[in-house]
Design a protein around this ligand. Structure first.
Ligand code: TXA
Ligand code: MG
Length: 468
């Protein structure tokens, strides 16, 4: 935690592990209508502790969803919702997503305050089908899952006004994680939940990420392991014509277009690179978000013909032949730079920096990389380290030359599959931050069609400089 944050630390934050086996799944449609709690007490116990805290206090709880970790609070109580903003350190500007455990909970929210959507004789059901028809194909296909739909917020509403930031609609989502569904069910109320990061930081995909950002600011983080999707939910508005995607996420626009009524869905958001000039983007700009401490430089991918060599992307911009490290003032730094490289599909090793010098060539003014470690981190990502040198003299025969140490390089490959890139993206930005790099060069991917649009949207927001 940063020092400024630590000053406000008032709680002893605990991570409570939750057994995620036997938590239940969605093999029956009835679960969509009404979520049933798991019977296993070992599973339920930590969830009950968290649910009690949600009911009795204004301290939000960190919990996993299939997209990212959320910071949840009772969406019907203003003080509880304010607790989210306080813990995150974010201004009350952006509306929050309301998480429900089943359709019956959602219907209750669509009835005005003071009315119920239940089927009791004393309170006749005013509208048995309050969920707009346009959303049914999406609900049947993608719920529970990474999709948020905008719904009309009734007047008076059961939701705290801080949830909707004064808008006439609210965003609703039924997460896929059985842990999240069970927590909501035990709390007995819908949970407003943004991502559980400190404001401006990359979203958390593990309980440890949440602890890193919010240690001392909350009491409980439920640990359900690493989030499967890795980027947030897609936010759609079907109340306008044509329907629009407000935020790209875990469900792609192509998947939406396959649903009845959504064939003509349009992109309703603009990426940072579409909002004006592309280079350079100063740190601290309005669109900076999802940002690690280090400066992020994003190299936009252009669609490569299949025959073109894979290494062509990015090889140019990063090559350094003058003893300079792009985007870093070495003289000002007064020490070798620390460079992080996030590789995806095309870049060759070291993302275009020259490899160790060719024995026969004059390298007196060029740079080269020597590699020290080379080890696999997990199945989809690899981390390797090296040093970037500027040769000090002509290299003769097999004799090695002493040169100026320009930079230490930490390169992480996310693999080439979009789902692996999405899954590991926020995590590698955080990892490179912890390794105190000065700059992170990220290789973008083509954002056509699938969840790649979400990856590029987040990267463009994280990047202080965009190059293409
Ligand atoms: O995957 C997710 O959606 C995660 C997990 C925790 O569920 N949550 C999340 O929440 O990303 P948050 O607060 O970081 O993002 C909420 C997004 C924002 O882009 C916000 O503008 C949009 O949803 N949103 C919420 N309610 C809205 C409304 N009534 N109208 C327009 N946009 C809305
Ligand atoms: Mg967020």
């Amino acid at each position: 935690m940063d020092t400024a944050q630590a000053a406000e630390a008032v709680f002893k934050t605990r991570i409570l592990p939750v057994k995620t086996t036997n938590l239940g799944d969605f093999d029956q449609l009835t679960r969509l209508e009404k979520w049933e709690l798991p019977r296993d007490q070992d599973i339920i116990q930590p969830l009950q502790q968290a649910a009690e805290l949600l009911k009795k206090s204004n301290i939000p709880v960190g919990f996993p969803t299939e997209t990212v970790y959320g910071l949840g609070a009772d969406a019907t109580r203003s003080d509880a919702v304010k607790g989210i903003y306080k813990a995150k350190g974010r201004p009350l500007d952006n509306p929050l997503i309301v998480h429900v455990c089943d359709l019956s909970m959602l219907r209750e929210l669509l009835a005005p305050a003071g009315q119920t959507n239940g089927h009791s004789a004393s309170a006749p059901n005013p509208n048995p089908n309050p969920i707009p028809q346009i959303y049914w194909p999406l609900i049947m296909k993608f719920w529970p899952g990474p999709l948020t739909i905008l719904l009309p917020n009734p007047r008076p509403s059961k939701l705290a006004p801080e949830v909707t930031a004064g808008l006439p609609t609210f965003g609703a989502r039924m997460p896929q994680s059985p842990l999240a569904l069970s927590l909501i069910k035990l709390a007995g109320v819908p949970l407003a939940a943004p991502s559980a990061n400190a404001s401006t930081k990359p979203s958390p995909t593990t309980a440890e990420h949440v602890l890193h950002d919010l240690d001392g600011r909350i009491e409980i983080i439920l640990d359900g392991g690493t989030c499967q999707v890795g980027v947030e939910s897609t936010v759609v508005d079907g109340l306008c014509n044509p329907p629009i995607v407000l935020r790209p996420g875990g469900v792609s626009i192509d998947q939406l277009r396959e649903c009845e009524g959504w064939e003509c869905v349009v992109k309703g958001y603009k990426d940072a690179s579409e909002l004006g000039s592309t280079t350079p983007r100063a740190p601290g700009m309005k669109y900076k978000h999802y940002s690690p401490k280090a400066k992020v430089v994003l190299f936009e991918a252009t669609l490569q013909p299949a025959t073109k060599p894979a290494t062509s992307l990015g090889a140019g911009p990063l090559s350094t032949s003058d003893g300079q490290v792009p985007h870093i003032d070495l003289e000002l730094l007064g020490r070798p730079a620390r460079i992080g490289i996030v590789r995806t599909r095309h870049w060759d090793k070291w993302a275009g920096f020259h490899h160790a010098p060719d024995e026969t060539q004059d390298r007196s003014t060029t740079t080269h990389v020597t590699s020290s470690h080379d080890y696999p981190q997990n199945t989809s990502s690899q981390l390797r380290m090296g040093k970037l040198w500027q040769s000090g003299s002509r290299k003769t025969g097999s004799q090695s030359t002493e040169g100026r140490h320009l930079a230490d390089i930490i390169e992480i490959s996310l693999g080439s599959e979009t789902k692996d890139i999405a899954h590991g993206l926020f995590s590698v930005l955080r990892e490179l931050d912890q390794r105190n790099v000065d700059v992170i060069y990220v290789e973008g991917i083509e954002d056509e069609g699938d969840i790649a649009a979400a990856v590029m949207n987040r990267l463009r927001k994280a990047a202080s400089i965009v190059e293409d």
